[in-house]
Design a protein around this ligand. Structure first.
Ligand code: NAP
Length: 259
């Protein structure tokens, strides 16, 4: 440990941390030395992630809130600040998929996906920045998706994730004079329940679009979050880091296997 390593008084909040990528991020930040607050919609999942961090020797607690609800987000921050302290590392990870041709996308689908995948990051960032600004330090990492570059059936999801990139870049500039850094990570195909929510055939077809030919693991995203939430990345802000086996460089469903 050195002077810039986090201590248990440094609080990290991970939204949607009960499973998948979010749970891996919680574990990684816990082993990095943060007190990790695990947010999720489901009490059992949030509590179980927090309990396993504590079992591994880390410090963690849980808070249940729907982060697409502004009042619930403010109440969640009140609870965190009243118990463990102000959040110095925020990870906006909670998200839902949206996979439908535009002719089948309803007004409700649009509102739901934008609400969970984009507006939640605005609500949480706005509130976290109130205290980060005062402390003149902090990091925000937004989990966007490679899909923001465009993909079939992704009009809602890609729009929300593209919005997250805009939010990242705008906040990075707005916060630069306060030593607060804001970055985004764009995962490719990562092996989580969200991805497994597809037929085997659809999954096999998707896999062909990944140049390295394999799914990423939640821990791959967690290690990128660890880097962007630490002093190791102190000169990096406003960036999108792609963690997706080359899918942002070249992604084609019938990619010829030339390996
Ligand atoms: P996941 O396995 O479905 O986990 C997401 C977690 O967030 C779930 O526990 C979910 O609860 C929770 N959540 C959903 N809505 C919430 C809300 N309003 N408030 C609080 N928590 C909420 O998904 P994942 O694959 O780990 O994805 C995590 C992030 O990575 C998402 O932003 C996703 O878009 C992004 N991503 C994933 C992939 C991939 O291949 N897996 C690729 C690119 C980007 P419920 O299950 O109850 O909804």
């Amino acid at each position: 440990m050195n002077d810039s390593d986090p201590t248990p008084t440094d609080v990290a909040l991970v939204t949607g941390g009960g499973q998948g990528i979010g749970a891996a991020i919680c574990h990684r930040l816990g082993s990095d030395g943060f007190h990790v607050v695990v947010n999720d919609l489901a009490t059992d999942r949030a509590e179980s992630t927090a309990a396993s961090i504590v079992e591994a020797g880390g410090s963690a607690s849980s808070v249940v809130a729907d982060v697409s609800d502004s009042a619930a987000v403010n109440a969640m921050f009140d609870e965190i600040e009243g118990t463990v302290g102000v959040v110095s590392a925020l990870v906006n990870n909670a998200g839902i998929g949206g996979n439908a041709a535009i002719r089948n996308v309803t007004d409700e689908d649009w509102g739901r996906v934008l609400g969970v995948d984009l507006t939640s990051a605005f609500f949480c960032s706005r509130r976290a920045l109130d205290s980060m600004r005062e402390e003149r330090r902090g990091t925000i990492v937004n989990i966007t998706s490679r899909a923001w570059l465009g993909w079939w059936g992704q009009s809602t999801y890609a729009s929300a994730k593209a919005g997250m990139v805009g939010l990242t870049r705008a906040l990075a500039v707005e916060m630069s004079s306060r030593s607060i850094r804001v970055n985004a990570i764009a995962p490719g195909l990562i092996d989580t329940p969200l991805l497994r929510n597809r037929t085997e055939e659809a999954l096999a077809r998707l896999l062909k679009s990944v140049p390295v030919g394999r799914l990423g693991q939640p821990e791959d995203i967690a290690s990128a979050v660890s880097f962007l939430s630490s002093e190791r990345s102190r000169t990096i802000t406003g960036q999108v880091l792609y963690v997706g086996g080359g899918k942002s460089v070249y992604a084609y469903p019938d990619w010829p296997d030339a390996r």
